[in-house]
Design a protein around this ligand. Structure first.
Ligand SMILES: C[S@@+](CC[C@H](N)C(=O)[O-])C[C@H]1O[C@@H](n2cnc3c(N)ncnc32)[C@H](O)[C@@H]1O
Length: 227
């Protein structure tokens, strides 16, 4: 099992403790993050955007990783054309130039079309690319992404108008200024990651409430040849 964005490995430990003891030694436990945690696992200390994971069968989980992956933010001008939002000297995000990148424009047209003047959106291509590489590392088994996210139908009806960028410091929401003092996240367009079943957290765990935006993407990567 591979936990990507494992933090200190608490999820891996929690899962391992629930695996029957006769099965545990036959499983390989791998964790990936910027810093090695204390949990007993084969740690890969790396930026997941740049590292090639070993290809193997099994289960890969990425919980609340993809919303941490930086993404481009755009704001429409008065004519509904998207401009790239950047940071100027005063550290306040402002539109700095029209969006020209063909790939980003195609992504927006496909997954989050919106010509409303001054609408803000996040381009999910960077997350799609990370997920492509993570899922490809699972040669057989299951790849699971669990994240705060949204789907096209919600985006279309304007539920996420204004965008979803948030800053967090000590568990509290703060203004998302990228000065290194807070963790900046943006919800993930979960349906653009892959054509796979999506479930709400409440459907998987039976628990609703504040975790209502958590979505599970569960990708079947096929059966292993090993018996
Ligand atoms: C919000 S925490 C989630 C931790 C854990 N998966 C959980 O659900 O409790 C996100 C984790 O992803 C890691 N992370 C974010 N971006 C990463 C990247 N590009 N490469 C590797 N790890 C990353 C962070 O260091 C952090 O430990």
């Amino acid at each position: 099992m591979t936990d990507v964005g494992a933090d200190d490995g608490h999820l891996l430990d929690a899962i391992r403790s629930r695996i029957p003891s006769h099965v545990r030694p036959r499983m390989r436990w791998r964790a990936v993050d910027f810093v090695e945690g204390e949990c007993d696992a084969d740690w890969i200390v790396a930026d997941i955007r740049r590292v090639e994971l070993p290809h193997s069968p099994g289960v890969l989980v990425a919980q609340e990783l993809l919303d941490d992956i930086p993404c481009m933010i755009v704001e429409n001008d008065e004519h509904g054309r998207p401009w790239v939002v950047g940071i100027e000297d005063d550290a306040l995000p402002i539109p700095v130039e029209p969006l020209h990148s063909h790939n980003d424009l195609t992504w927006l047209d496909t997954w989050w079309p919106d010509e409303t003047p001054f609408a803000t959106r996040e381009v999910g291509l960077s997350r799609d690319r990370v997920w492509q590489r993570l899922r490809a590392s699972v040669t057989a088994g299951v790849a699971i992404a669990i994240d705060y996210g949204h789907v096209r139908e919600e985006r279309r009806c304007g539920r996420w108008a204004g965008g979803t960028v948030r800053g967090f410091r000590s568990g509290r929401v703060v203004r998302p200024i990228p000065d290194g003092r807070c963790n900046i996240t943006a919800h993930v367009a979960m349906d653009s990651l892959a054509a796979a079943p999506l479930l709400r957290q409440s459907e998987v765990t039976g628990i609703g409430g504040a975790e209502g935006d958590l979505l599970w993407l569960i990708e079947d990567r096929g059966a292993s040849c090993a018996s």
